[in-house]
Structures are given as C-alpha cells and as structure tokens.
Design a protein around this ligand. Sequence first.
Ligand SMILES: Cc1cc2nc3c(=O)[nH]c(=O)nc-3n(C[C@H](O)[C@H](O)[C@H](O)COP(=O)(O)O)c2cc1C
Ligand SMILES: CCCCC(=O)C(=O)O
Length: 363
Amino acid sequence: MRMVDQPLCLDDFEALARAKIRQDYWDYIAGGAGAERALAANRAAFARIALRPRVLVDVSACTAATTLLGHELASPVVVAPTAYHRMSHPEGELATARGAADAGALYIPSIFSNYPLEDVAAAGGAAPRWQQLYWLHDREAFGAVVDRATAAGYSALVLTVDAPVIGLRLRDARNALTLDADTLPANLFAAQDLLTTRSEGSSAVATQSLQAFDASITWDDLAWLRDRSPLPLVLKGIATAEDARLAVEHGVAAIVVSNHGGRQLDNPIGTLDILPEVVEAVAGRCPVLFDGGVRTGHDVAVALALGADAVLVGRPALWGLAVGGAAGVTQVLRLLQTELERVMALIGRPTVESIDASAVRRA
Ligand SMILES: Cc1cc2nc3c(=O)[nH]c(=O)nc-3n(C[C@H](O)[C@H](O)[C@H](O)COP(=O)(O)O)c2cc1C
Ligand SMILES: CCCCC(=O)C(=O)O
C-alpha cells in the first residue's frame, strides 16, 4: 500500500486509519455481508454515472451550504450512524460529535455508541443532531432510549429498518469478533451480557443484535413510536419505491436510501442505482437522503443530481476519527465540502439546488 503523510483525499485517510485500527475491529468497520457484493456495488455504481459540465456560468462564489429539516448545514454531507467509535479512537463518539460540530455538519450517533447519548449531545454543543435507533425487543428499554434522546435535545429520530437481523458478516465470524470491555455500547445492555454472548460461527456483535432487535415490527408499529416522542421520524434503509411510498404515507419526515454500507443484504446492486426509483416515488413529498460508497465531492454531486437532498458518510468519518480524533473528523468533512465546491465550479452549478437531473448523464 502507498505510504501517506498528508492525507489529500479520503483514500489517504483510509490508508492512514488502517494502520491505526486493530485488525478485527478494522474488519468489522471495512467489511460487508456475504461475498461483499453490495459493498463493491456501492462504489461501482458511481463509476457508471458521469456529470454534465456547463460552462460560462458565474461560479466565483460556489457554496455547498444547504438546509435539511430546518438545520442550516455547511454542506449536504451528514455523518452516518456507525456503532462503537471507540474501535477507532478512545474519545469515540464524543470526538465525532465535536468534529462534526466544528465542520458545521449534522451527526447521527448510533444507538450502539460507546458513550451515553446525553454525553454525545453535550459534546456536540449547539450543533444539530439526530438519534439513530434500532427497535429493541424490550419495549420498555426501547422507550427509555427514545425518551432520553427526546430529552437530550436530539431533533429527529432515525429508525433503521434494514436490520431486522444482522447480515452475515463472514469477517467477524472468522475473527470471532468480541468487543473489549472499553468498547461496549453505553446506551444499552449490561456489559456482562455482551462478553458472554460469543457463539460458534457467529460473533458477539451478531449474537447481541439477534437478541436485542425486534424482528416482528411492521409499519403499524410506527404509531407507537410517534406516540412516544414528538420528534420527526426518519426511516433509514429504504431500497424500493414501494417502501418509499409507504414511508411517505406513514408521515415520515425524511427517508435514507441505504443498504447499510453493504453490511446487510448482499445484493449486487449499488444504492446509487436504487436512488432514482425512490426519488421518483417520493416525488418531493419529503427529503431523500442517500448513503453507500460516497468517497469524494464528485460522488456527492452525482447523488445530488440523481435527486438526493443530502448524503451520509459512514466509514470515512471513522477514518478521520482514527487518524486525528475530532480534528480528523472535521478534516474529512471539510475535505468533502472543498471537493464538492470545486466540482460545483467545474460543472457550472454554484448552489446545491442548482445540481439537478440535467447535471448527470448515464453511461
Ligand atoms: C462500522 C459500521 C457500523 C455501522 N453501524 C450502524 C448502526 O449502528 N446503525 C445504522 O443505522 N447503520 C450503521 N451502519 C451503516 C451506516 O449508517 C451507513 O449506512 C453506511 O456506513 C454507509 O456506507 P459508507 O460506509 O460506504 O459511507 C454502520 C456502518 C459501519 C461501516
Ligand atoms: C449490532 C450491530 C449494530 C451495528 C451495525 O449496524 C452494523 O454493524 O452495521
């Protein structure tokens, strides 16, 4: 692998992070489900779609600034929910929250954070934050997390719906991945439960989620969540037009088109290829967010042109965290913003709103 001193792009951050994160944790972060076809497809999809540059447009003042559910953001790049940030850095989600705040970005901490959601909220200060949720078997424990997020100043709940069970993560099974005592989820579960749930052919992480997640919930259960909290509800993990329509009919505030970073269903299609059908089905009735394989400002522009209102980055934020703590997260987000603004100038679209369908050509 090429040696990198000064990271100039996200690939450089990945190379630097890899050298800092222990192998079984690295595999958990980098890996996908099954043969990792979905993981590869997410990246491959970007290679098939080209931008259409317009010239002689005034691009002397390009800005990536945008608004999402009332939040003013420096760019349309949001920090995706990812579990266990202490795998990447001892300050974990506290550093991620600070780093995102310094970049003017929205951060969505995972319910599987290594620091309690109240502490993560405090670390982010006045910056916007949404709380990610998995629907837990234990309805009272689940409700308690919802109440805590509502009380701690989170401004939306992001329910992840593509993980009724966890995907088949072969890397984790081969590594018999278990979490160290300092990397346990802080919002839930007794530490001891986790350390003792290792089972053959599986991993502690997989076993834990099988026990914790309620695989029986349906669209009808969303009413319970809406009764429990007044916060806007975002559904993450929508991958068909049918479900996008149902989500809108159920009054969600936004949806996230996602295949969970290729970690769940090992489908040989990238989320970018799914985005247009979802955008068409939603027809402007709520914001559509997108994630999966966004690694450059160019990628961000392509997703926006295909109809996304914002994109999430998962692994790249963890690379920044591993490389430089809070400052590393800020650097990764600023790098994407700078790259996006350069691409905006080069395609003659000086604002986020101006990056419309005419900005892409499909090969
Ligand atoms: C290490 C890791 C942990 C993740 N944990 C969660 C999680 O707790 N909740 C969730 O909704 N998504 C989780 N995801 C999925 C991300 O939110 C996001 O959909 C995905 O990482 C986007 O793809 P990208 O990594 O290519 O940017 C996780 C992803 C990774 C890589
Ligand atoms: C119990 C696993 C939750 C984290 C997660 O969503 C992921 O690893 O993708």
